[in-house]
Design a protein around this ligand. Structure first.
Ligand code: EPU
Length: 353
């Protein structure tokens, strides 16, 4: 299938979960994987002509868009899911990058497969999921991802990365660190026909019991998907109702010494063990709330009154308003706790060379 002609002056407010009013000067929507090479070549020409970077956009659920994006945008909207049985209890699920992540979770659960059920209701596309190594309720995509295919936009050549080549970390990967270089085209997950509900994260077992199950151990993947979705609906603001990108900050990791000192000073501050590390993770939401930000409104933007880690767009907010609010929050948390918060969503600077 040949590439469509690029679109010009495309409004993007419905293509980012913050609902920020933004305009794309040059945008190519891609619906078929056979279009990728030609599309990347076209975007490279446009990027060279303008001396600007190429932006790859998926569901727009982890971005802060500038008012105008001058450089070329490739919008990945390819669909398709293919299951491959491995002969034992394992099944590979090959998914095209434009599939909405939650649809993949429900399809996997409907097939009775275990692996991604705790990652229910996370907004965004499959192609974006490995970039920030999406994680929630005790699971991360890196735990069952086996392969990522991605095109290097500098050369238009597709590469295949095994999981151990993706440099996955908490909300991090090589695709995030090498921002602007990779267009993810396909992701492969290794799922299992056997398993049981992962209930280590506080509240998961209670939600399964509340859904009518006698024991969390008798839950099916679909029942876990529904229970996690119920927790998220209760705890997090819905981007369809009020613009947001989920957690705006990462939970900071500090040494055990710093964590112990903070726990002495602030006994209620939740701290968590970090896998494969001596460090401890601190609850950013708790620190932000303790500084009085929860529910605070600053013009068109603010902090959610449901969850202190989530910044919201009440309507008409711009990326720069959210960045200014975030800077104020970072400064106040730093002043009170001596800890520096790090932003999660990626700022797409519209005039970036
Ligand atoms: N808390 C507060 N105030 C709040 C909200 C939470 O003090 O307004 C405290 C509570 O003590 C609570 C603790 O923070 O027990 C943890 O809250 P929660 O379970 O909501 O988890 P989180 O650490 O704030 C992380 C992820 C979420 C993910 C949840 C569940 C990050 C940056 N965020 O939030 O991810 O859903 O755990 O696993 O790691 C996202 O990335 O967009 C996202 C929502």
């Amino acid at each position: 299938m040949t590439c469509p002609a690029p679109l010009t002056d495309v409004p993007l407010h419905q293509h980012n979960s913050f609902g920020i009013a933004s305009t794309a000067r040059w945008l190519l929507p891609l619906t078929d994987r056979s279009q990728f090479t030609e599309a990347v070549d076209l975007a490279r020409l446009e990027a060279r002509r303008q001396q600007r970077a190429i932006t790859v956009l998926g569901g727009g659920s982890n971005v802060l868009l500038d008012e105008v994006i001058e450089g070329p945008i490739l919008q990945v909207a390819t669909r398709g899911v293919h299951f491959e049985s491995l002969g034992n209890s394992d099944v590979l699920m090959h998914v095209e990058a434009g599939e909405p992540w939650h649809d993949v979770v429900t399809q996997s659960a409907a097939a009775g497969l275990w692996g991604i059920e705790n990652l229910s209701l996370i907004p965004g596309t499959v192609g974006a999921a490995p970039v920030q190594n999406i994680g929630a309720y005790g699971s991360e995509i890196s735990q069952c991802l086996t392969e990522v295919r991605a095109i290097d936009v500098r050369t238009a050549i597709e590469h295949t990365f095994a999981a151990n080549q993706c440099a996955f970390d908490y909300r991090d990967s090589r695709f995030k660190r090498e921002a602007g270089q990779w267009l993810i085209t396909r992701v492969t997950l290794r799922l299992s026909r056997t398993g049981k509900a992962r209930t280590d994260y506080p509240g998961v077992a209670a939600a399964l019991i509340a859904s009518g199950l006698a024991s969390p151990d008798s839950a099916s993947p679909a029942q876990v998907v529904n229970a996690i979705a119920e927790i998220r609906r209760r705890k997090l603001p819905d981007p369809a109702v009020i613009g947001n990108a989920g957690s705006f900050f990462k939970n900071p990791q500090v040494s055990t010494e710093i964590a112990s000192q903070l726990s002495l000073d602030w006994p209620k501050l939740p701290t968590f063990a970090v896998e494969r590390s001596e460090e401890r993770k601190l609850s950013a939401a708790w620190m932000i709330e303790a500084c009085g930000w929860k529910g605070h409104r600053q013009g068109a933007v603010g902090v959610s009154d449901q969850h202190a880690l989530v910044l919201v767009n009440h309507g008409g907010g711009r990326a720069r308003d959210l960045l200014a609010l975030a800077a104020d929050i970072i400064a106040s948390v730093e002043q009170r706790f001596g800890v520096t918060l790090e932003r999660e969503p990626v700022f797409i600077n519209g005039s970036m060379p």
